[in-house]
Design a protein around this ligand. Structure first.
Ligand code: AMP
Ligand code: ZN
Length: 459
């Protein structure tokens, strides 16, 4: 099956033709590890996890690289605050501790969302020598220059600068918060290397003790791990400019062909609004998990919107996804996996049409096609090996109430007094249970607002 991907570079959906079909290579910009990942950060993780799964299904070998940016003022600031508060260890140790701690959280949170770990997760601090060599080569070829302890990329030396995001240099100067500095030849020139204060992490370089700029990190790590050219480069569309534009400029000027296909996910919002601390609607993946929202539910909601559309996280969607998964586990939780529905694969192969794939899964569920549904759910990353506790607990609770309600009904048929049946029924409904009573028996299904705690003491 042919894979179609929308390429930001050409602004068209193209048939994916890997450079080497025996080994597909993908790089995705990873997080800056200064704090817990917020829900928006999970979007690129899940989108590119679906792409990784599709590529692995379609090609014999895939190398997926996603970096950790662990050179950052916010990491330094946390470490400095800890030191000032009396924490033991040198500043460098405290910085490393903060990065390690954050990477551990990131892994735990993204694992909980069913995201496969990339094949390589390089840390910027592990590739400083490669970055310095990269910058030296750019300077030698006249694409960069040193000034006052900095190394800067000369945007005028790259004629196609701005092509990815479709901006002219004038637009960029007007729109971006470019830092005008006396040592810059052109205000758009961006930092490859900058000096570090004595109390900040720094590495010796031909331009003095300092640290790399953010953009050069990705160019150097992609080169070190994937080579001069590779297939796919991804990230959120907030990174298109300046980050990806700068990565392209550096790498192309270093003589690298770099990425063939550029893919960008749209942003996540919450209840129709931008997620921000000031609006009080900012939350982390961990916050949701701790509230008891299962990882598969978060994943299903996040992938229910196509990645190139803004995605709105709502409480309603959360509840719906939970209901859907309960139903699907009921149908496919205990069966052997069956064949992969070609319509499902076709949807995913069509520029990751995850919403279309969900429609197929709903159809399979409606037809009670358990084995096919199980396989589709596995591909989608929402099927645990065994039925998860959040599903079985509710089911176990409910089967006891099914028996209770069934017995109460049998008694009521004889006594013609339905008070007990009505009492049980309304209590179950109040706890978010769908009550289906027929001649065949009593069927109780946990609805989207099911709350097991409300059933305590009933019966
Ligand atoms: P950062 O750690 O800020 O560099 O972000 C890590 C990744 O999360 C990048 O790919 C960003 O594009 C992405 N990202 C950040 N905020 C959002 C959001 N609200 N919605 C979707 N993706 C986001
Ligand atoms: Zn990057």
């Amino acid at each position: 099956m042919k894979i179609q991907l929308y390429n930001t570079k050409t602004r068209t959906k193209e048939t994916f033709e890997p450079l080497d079909p025996s080994h597909v290579k993908m790089y995705v910009c990873g997080p800056t590890v200064y704090d817990r990942a917020h829900l928006g950060n999970a979007r690129p993780v899940l989108v590119f996890d679906m792409l990784n799964r599709l590529l692995r299904h379609s090609y014999p070998k895939v190398t997926y690289v996603r970096n950790f940016t662990d050179v950052d003022d916010r990491i330094n600031e946390t470490a400095l605050n800890r030191k000032q508060a009396g924490a033991a260890g040198t500043l460098e140790e405290l910085i490393a501790e903060r990065s390690n701690e954050t990477i551990g959280w990131y892994h735990a949170d993204m694992d909980a969302l069913g995201a496969m770990r990339p094949d390589a997760e390089p840390r910027a601090t592990g590739y400083i020598a490669e970055m310095i060599a990269f910058i030296e080569a750019l300077i030698a070829d006249g694409h960069a220059y040193a000034a006052e302890g900095h190394a800067l990329f000369a945007v005028e030396s790259y004629a196609e600068y701005g092509k990815l995001s479709g901006r002219s240099v004038e637009d960029m100067i007007a729109g971006a918060r470019v830092e005008v500095a006396p040592y810059k030849r052109n205000p758009m020139d961006f930092v490859l290397w900058k000096p570090s204060d004595d109390d900040l992490p720094g590495w010796d370089s031909p331009w003095g003790r300092g640290r790399p700029g953010w953009h050069i990190e990705c160019s150097a790590m992609a080169h070190a791990l994937l080579g001069k050219s590779f297939d796919i480069h991804g990230g959120g569309n907030d990174l298109m400019f300046p980050h990806h534009e700068n990565e392209i400029a550096q790498s192309r000027c270093a003589g690298h062909d770099f990425a063939q296909v550029w893919m960008h996910n749209e942003m996540l919002q919450v209840e129709g609004k931008k997620m921000s601390k000031s609006l009080g609607n900012f939350f982390t993946v961990r916050d949701l998990l701790e509230q008891g929202v299962p990882g598969e539910v978060i994943r299903l909601v996040m992938l229910s919107t196509h990645y190139r559309k803004p995605m709105d996280w709502t409480e309603k969607k959360r509840a719906e996804a939970e209901k859907t998964l309960r139903k699907w586990y009921d149908i496919a939780g205990d069966v052997e996996a069956g064949p992969l529905d070609p319509r499902f694969l076709e949807a995913i192969s069509d520029d990751l049409n995850t919403a279309g794939a969900l429609t197929i899964m709903h159809e399979l569920a409606a037809q009670n096609a358990g084995p096919e549904l199980r396989t589709a759910m596995q591909f989608f990353g929402v099927m645990s090996e065994s039925v998860p506790e959040w599903v079985t607990d509710a089911q176990a609770d409910l089967s006891a109430f099914e028996a209770l309600l069934g017995a109460a009904r049998a008694t009521a048929m004889e006594t013609k007094d339905f008070a007990e049946v009505d009492r049980l029924k309304s209590a179950l409904i109040a706890a978010g249970v769908e009550v289906r009573m027929s001649k065949a028996g009593v069927d109780l299904v946990a609805g989207p607002d099911f709350d097991a705690a409300k059933l305590e003491g009933l019966g």
